[in-house]
Design a protein. Structure first.
Length: 185
């Protein structure tokens, strides 16, 4: 079993859904978590994590953390020496994600209210950045928060971009078309 499959078993989606839809956790579809936001389709989350390739000990920025599920999966993948900084725009979901992670004794993920700028520059640079909402165009400030040698996975319009930062201002981009996400605000 690979690390991502193991993370999915150790961090069940059902623990990150509202009571009214936790019985739908096994469905391979996005599910509402309130405030116009969704818990992403498991297959899409799995692909995004595979493209991101988080490693033990990585420092990861999780943008659009919603209910905290992706942050918890990432926390499992980076292990006790790694750290996940989860950012969410909706205050109620910041608290919901924090409580969900605490219930599962996840201690290497911290949850923050999103500010006026994308990301969380005060803890940059990051080894990995995962964005779970679609940007209308690539936010340059996120590229600035990524370490050389780091990787970012971000939906831009209907594509998911897999971006590897080779050096300052030098990137390799792979495009995965055909996805729909809530908008990055």
């Amino acid at each position: 079993m690979d690390n991502i499959e193991q993370a999915f078993q150790k961090v069940p989606r059902s623990k990150f859904l509202s009571d009214y839809n936790d019985g739908e956790a096994a469905l391979d579809m996005p599910l509402p978590i309130g405030f116009g936001q969704t818990n992403s389709q498991p297959t899409t989350v799995k692909w995004m994590l595979e493209w991101l390739e988080p490693q033990p000990g990585d420092k990861v920025l999780d943008i659009g953390s919603g209910s905290g599920w992706t942050a918890a999966l990432l926390a499992h993948l980076v292990g006790p020496k790694g750290k996940v900084y989860a950012v969410e725009i909706v205050p109620e979901l910041v608290e919901f994600g924090r409580q969900n992670a605490q219930r599962l004794n996840i201690s290497n993920a911290e949850f923050y209210q999103a500010g006026d700028q994308y990301g969380l520059s005060k803890f940059a640079p990051y080894d990995r950045i995962l964005v779970s909402a679609a940007a209308s165009e690539l936010p340059v400030e996120l590229l600035d928060q990524l370490k050389p040698g780091g990787k970012m996975v971000i939906p831009v319009q209907s594509d998911i971009l897999e971006i590897e930062k080779l050096a300052d201002d030098k990137y390799e981009v792979k495009r995965h078309p055909g996805f729909v996400f809530v908008p990055l605000v």
